[in-house]
Design a protein around this ligand. Structure first.
Ligand code: NAD
Length: 494
């Protein structure tokens, strides 16, 4: 076997081994073979990285840099990424098995996020306040928070990192990033571009490794002031508990159980394609996966037939091949998870309409068939729990009120799709459905200009869009006494 590529960590502008010198393997999901070795970080490494980030935060090289200059560095980084899209996309596909064309598309668009926050960097300003007291003048400014701990999952490594990195740096913070243990490579490949863009040492640090110990040590570290977490609810619970140690401000981008609601007046072809895009795009490994399709009873059979027909034609195979539509899942554990949910669906009375197993024609790789269940009981596990894979549940409804009730019947609240040509209904349902992102007659659209985030079990806080900059700054108010008179009575509040 060829020698595996080896990745060290990046702390304080240097490539370093972990404190134990240990490495772990990262696998290619299409072949099941290890393809690289990644440094296995420890709590000691986290401490080194956080201290480096704290020093960089205080260093005038960064702290006195103008916001305009920081914006220029971000813009340069965007340009450098634009020139390396092909290479970075290959690393992402090697690590998580997602289609090369999807990763290429994501990375081609990634510079726009850096440009957006580059533009915002010198527009983060406070206000003068019309204070209701004579002789007092007050104004606010927005200041960076300090060391940011960013933790990401494996499904879109660089995109999800960018949603944290770009606003954090635009606002003048420093950052320690822990990528998913499943997909560390593309971020480590990005590091030379961050250096080349001109960010001072210690401003961006990467510690690779597992949730325990690296994620735990990072989110509980006393010098961390801000935690940006994307992942599942179980890890999020640890993160919140850990933040009790440092009182860091936390944002959580968690999962979803997003509904795609198709009304009888919808364009059936478009709706069927929207459902396919929502659940089989990225093999369902997307936080916004439209994993529940609610179909009005009058068009139920027609739309379901179209969805099954298209699902049956999906080309499953090598994620590097141009014609592939669904690649492997990211880990062997993901395949087991799909098998578990297919069994749970059957046991709880759902009817398996399509798929439900590993594709027989493919011998190697962590593949799973696009799978469709239909059922009426919305309380069963496959209709309530985030599966995070290519499993769709299809449920009929009769009235608009019922559709909204059913759509809102899980603990999640991330995204929703509404398919209708009735303008007033589109607005009514968009307002009533519990989701931070609503798409009408489309699905899975993103832009740096639009916020991303949810409520309840889907987390809190927003990434992307201008609101995100507020998540990385804090307000300071300055009061100035403009009176020439002596100080008034010191024993009453002024
Ligand atoms: P995960 O929760 O298992 O892991 C996410 C990250 O958390 C990894 O880097 C992991 O090492 C780290 N982690 C694990 N335990 C930790 C701990 N105790 N302390 C700190 N960090 C810890 O999730 P995953 O399987 O990598 O990703 C899938 C999940 O991510 C799904 O639930 C999906 O919906 C969610 N997700 C959400 C969004 C969003 O924007 N809302 C985007 C993509 C994925």
């Amino acid at each position: 076997m060829a020698e595996l590529k080896t990745y060290r960590m990046y702390i304080n502008g240097e490539w370093v081994e972990s404190s134990t010198g240990e490495y772990f393997e990262s696998h290619n999901p299409a072949t099941e073979e290890p393809w690289c070795l990644v440094a296995k970080g420890t709590a000691e490494d986290v401490d080194r990285a956080v201290r480096a980030a704290q020093s960089a935060f205080e260093n005038p090289q960064w702290s006195s840099m103008t916001y305009t200059q920081r914006g220029k560095l971000l813009r340069r980084l965007g340009d450098l990424i634009a020139a390396r899209v092909e290479e970075l996309a290959v690393y992402e596909t090697l690590d998580n098995g997602k289609l090369i064309r999807e990763m290429r598309g994501q990375l081609q668009y990634l510079p726009e996020f850096f440009y957006y926050y580059a533009g915002l960097a010198d527009k983060i300003h406070g206000e003068t306040l019309p204070i209701d007291k004579p002789d007092l003048f007050a104004f606010t400014s927005r200041e960076p928070i300090g060391v940011v701990a960013a933790i990401t999952p494996w499904n879109s490594p660089l995109y999800l990192t960018t949603l944290k990195l770009a606003p954090a740096l635009a606002a003048g913070n420093t950052i320690v990033i822990k990528p998913s243990e499943v997909t560390s490579a593309s971020l480590l490949e990005l590091v030379p571009l961050i250096e080349e863009a001109g960010f001072p040492p210690g401003v961006v640090n990467v510690v690779t490794g597992f949730g325990d110990p690296v994620g735990n040590a990072l989110t509980s570290h006393p010098l961390v002031r801000r935690i940006a977490f994307t992942g599942g609810p179980e890890s999020a619970r640890h993160v919140i508990r850990n933040s009790a140690e440092n009182f860091a401000r936390v944002t959580l981008e968690l999962g979803g159980k997003s509904p795609n609601i198709v009304f009888e007046d919808a364009d059936a072809d478009n709706a069927a394609m929207g459902i396919i895009a929502g659940i089989f795009g990225a093999a369902g490994q997307s936080c916004v996966a439209g994993s529940r399709a609610f179909l009005h009873k009058n068009i139920y059979d027609r739309v379901l037939e179209k969805v099954v027909d298209r699902a049956s034609k999906i080309v499953i195979g090598d994620p590097m091949a141009a014609e592939t539509e669904v690649g492997p899942l990211a880990t062997a554990g993901q395949v087991k998870r799909m098998e578990h949910y297919v069994q749970a669906g059957r046991e709880q009375g759902a009817r398996l309409v399509y798929g439900g197993k590993k594709p027989e024609a493919i011998q190697k790789g962590w593949y799973f068939e696009p799978t469709i269940f239909e059922h009426t009981d919305t309380q069963i596990r496959i209709a309530q729990e985030e599966i995070f894979g290519p499993i769709l549940t299809v449920i009929p409804f009769e009235t608009e009120e019922e559709a909204i009730l059913l759509a809102n019947s899980t603990n999640y609240g991330l995204a929703a799709g509404i398919w209708t040509n009735h303008l007033a209904r589109a607005h009514r349902v968009a307002k009533s459905v519990r989701a931070g992102i609503v798409w009408v007659n489309t699905y899975r659209s993103i832009s740096p200009i639009a916020p991303i985030g949810g409520s309840h079990w889907s987390g809190y806080g927003r990434e992307s869009g201008y609101e995100a900059i507020y998540e990385y700054t804090q307000s300071k108010v300055v009061w100035v006494n403009t009176s020439a008179d002596p100080m008034p009575d010191p024993f009453i509040m002024r």
